[in-house]
Design a protein around this ligand. Structure first.
Ligand SMILES: *Cc1c(COP(=O)(O)O)cnc(C)c1O
Length: 378
């Protein structure tokens, strides 16, 4: 039986070559390759500064700290996200305040952001979910009007655009992640982009134990962290960046195949919606089960027995045990996010999937949902 994983990084000779070059150089950290990677990434995104770190999560943490977020502050963010976005707010001592999402895209609803603003609100941590940007025009206008900082979690939306402007370039800073299931990888890794030299300097120091910019051993201006990216990871990142256009085009091609197959049965599944003005770079391909009474988890299990990996994407953060305990959140607090969470599953998406593979996966999914429906009715 052919088996299909959910994700798989695309590695070529070039990654081996650049990693070997680093190993041969004996400079494994604090060397020239991280700097090269940062410069290439900044150029690609069209920003002045990029600061590489050892994960997307540490990037979010430092972006919030550099913005001066801390104890007593509230940061408005999305419950429909990977847990790292909300956790990073908690690391700073601030409180994440969730707002419900748009039903079609799963991105934050600007009207609901406005209603959640209090005297303690200091920032909006916008999450660009699954590979397409949030509705940034009203969000930026609101932030300007209410004097709020905007930080973007663009970890899932590398190179995606909103009216031709890239995700991660709207706010004070934007964060990207390079875990192996993302559009490009460094193994573990992340990067913060900004056009502000002050923010860049602050993040560059904080990732390196709070040390002075000139690496002076004699002075630390704050309690920093070791959030550095190493040279080997940066070498992988450089090789991936060279082919990023190809990586994204392939994802767009494969997801188009999925949509062609699946949109024929809107009674069974809802295919992803792309908002007008957006380009989508497809971190994941997530569909929603449209037929009432078909339990998503049973479908995931059944697909598994047929060699097809799929996964609930994503559980709403406010319903995790730790968030219920800390913030007394409960089912019903964010009904749209919860509804999407209950019905969504991600399908296999990686370079190498053929049209035939996609057809097989899509048809198996449709058959499973249909079969479950008849089974229940009887
Ligand atoms: C991947 C991701 C991150 C960062 O993840 P790391 O594993 O720390 O690199 C943050 N937010 C979202 C929404 C993500 O998908």
């Amino acid at each position: 039986m052919t088996t299909y994983p959910l994700a798989r990084p695309y590695i070529t000779k070039r990654e081996y070559e650049l990693v070997k070059h680093v190993l041969d150089s004996r400079i494994l950290s604090l060397g020239p390759i991280v700097q090269k990677f940062e410069a290439a990434f900044a150029k690609r995104i069209g920003v002045r500064y990029a600061c590489a770190v050892n994960s997307g999560t540490s990037g979010l943490h430092l972006a919030l700290l550099a913005a001066g977020i801390g104890r007593g502050d509230e940061v408005i963010t999305s419950p429909f996200s990977f847990i790292a976005s909300a956790n990073s707010v908690i690391y700073t001592g601030a409180r994440p305040v969730f707002v419900d999402v748009d039903a079609s895209t799963g991105n934050m609803n600007p009207k609901k952001i406005e209603r959640a603003i209090t005297t303690k609100t200091k920032a909006i941590l916008v999450v660009h979910i699954f590979g397409q940007p949030a509705n940034m025009k009203p969000i930026m206008a609101l932030a300007r009007r209410k004097h709020l900082i905007v930080i973007e979690d663009a970890c899932e939306s590398l190179d995606a655009t909103y009216h031709r402007k890239k995700a991660g370039t709207f706010g004070q800073s934007g964060v990207f992640a390079f875990y192996p299931n993302k559009q490009m990888t460094t193994g573990e890794g992340g990067i913060v982009v900004t056009n502000s030299q002050k923010i860049y300097d602050s993040i560059a120091s904080l990732r390196n134990q709070g040390r002075d910019k000139d690496m002076n051993w004699l002075n630390h201006r704050s309690i920093g962290y070791n959030y550095r990216l190493d040279e080997l990871s940066a070498a992988v990142g450089l090789a991936q960046l060279e082919k990023l256009t190809f990586l994204i085009r392939e994802r767009q091609k494969i997801t188009q195949w999925y949509t062609q197959e699946l949109r024929q049965r809107p009674d069974l599944v809802t295919v992803p919606a792309i908002a007008p003005g957006n380009t989508h770079t497809w971190f994941v391909y997530v569909v929603r089960i449209a037929r009432a009474g078909v339990p998503r988890d049973a479908i995931i299990k059944r697909l598994g027995t047929q060699g097809i990996s799929s996964k609930a994407y994503l559980p709403s953060i406010h319903l995790f045990e730790v968030y219920r305990k800390m913030f007394h959140s409960k089912p019903g607090d964010f009904p749209i996010s919860e509804d999407i969470s209950a019905r969504s599953l991600a399908l296999p998406l990686y370079l190498g999937l053929t049209r035939k593979d996609v057809k097989f996966i899509a048809r198996t999914l449709l058959t499973d949902i249909e079969h479950y429906g008849t089974h229940v009715r009887r």
